[in-house]
Design a protein around this ligand. Sequence first.
Ligand code: PLP
Length: 388
Amino acid sequence: SNLMPHPGRSIQLLPGPTPVPERILAAMCRDVLDHRGPVFQELGLSVLKEMQTVFRTKDPVIIYASSGTGAWEAAIVNTLSPGDRVLTIEGGHFAAMWTGMARDFGLIPDVIPTDWRTGPDPQKIAEHLAKDKEHAIKAVFVVHNETSTGVRGAIAKVREAMDAVGHPALLMVDAVSSLAGMDYRHDEWGVDVSVSGSQKGLMLPPGLAFTAISERARAATETAKMPRYYWSWTKMLAQNKEGYFPFTPATGLLHGLAESIAMLKEEGFDNVFARHERNAEAVRRAVCAWGLDVWCLDPESYSPAVTAVGMPEGHDATAFRKLVYERFDVALAMGLGKLAGKVFRIGHLGSVNDVTLLGGLTAIERALAIAKVPHSSGGVAAAMDYLG
Ligand code: PLP
């Protein structure tokens, strides 16, 4: 490799994978358990139950050895049949992926586009569903926190819109980059399927995916005709009752998950969410002081997990990200899909403290000067003033 060696710790300001705390790393360094034995059973029962608290649900939560995308595929194959219509709100790159996945499975997506700078519009959703008098649309796909744009959608309002027109479609929510980093309420918001992953707010390495499943969604499995085997909720739920899994679970990651949940509970979920809001505000103050654009246009929708920053005309965000990485060993996220080259993204999700954040912002401020990107200095100072 022609990368320079980087002594010291690197800083990762990504909206996933996020930094893994030492406590979690240590918790994972264990003998691999017999996953049909009593010690595993106790761990299984415990993490399955605790994850209900994390999703704020009484519905069962299942855990796959996969990344978040696997749980999405599972949501589709367990509830839908080829030829079904679904409504997708295409607010960014990840939402667009779900539309693509729906097509690949032979579903027929109706797409409500957005400008990728504001959240899903409940009014448009209501109008669209109201036109579907025969209830041909079987599911609505919404991304809670659109990681590619730094826009958080109002899931409760999407549910209200669906209820206002009395549409029975299942509400399926991508909570991959929101769960455990910001308020999420599977039950209260009337979500049928909530999907998440381990490498974001839960501060774990990648490799686990989570799904909270409502009674209506579980009932849909009885008529859904998509083929499924590994992803079958039924197989999973049957064995989970006893704390076991139908296939070999990722035991090491489950040990880490138990520790992650313990850490979140020690800090308190409300404090965790407040810390993320505070991180996000500090970053936005830096971006504004630099004179760059916070990509999300609606302050109500600012993401507590990630801030996308618009690059001034004539400057390539991808090259800038590379400079920050090579010169300072700070990882930022790139622009995805149609935002490639146009934005870079600063993640402030998971186990991130003030010095980590300020270290990353310092690297960005220096790199803006090195790359001769038009800006004002003072972003780091503005963030520091805010953090106090
Ligand atoms: N959805 C969102 C909102 C994401 O941020 C990501 C990953 O960054 C995914 C889905 C895909 O998840 P995974 O990469 O874990 O499969």
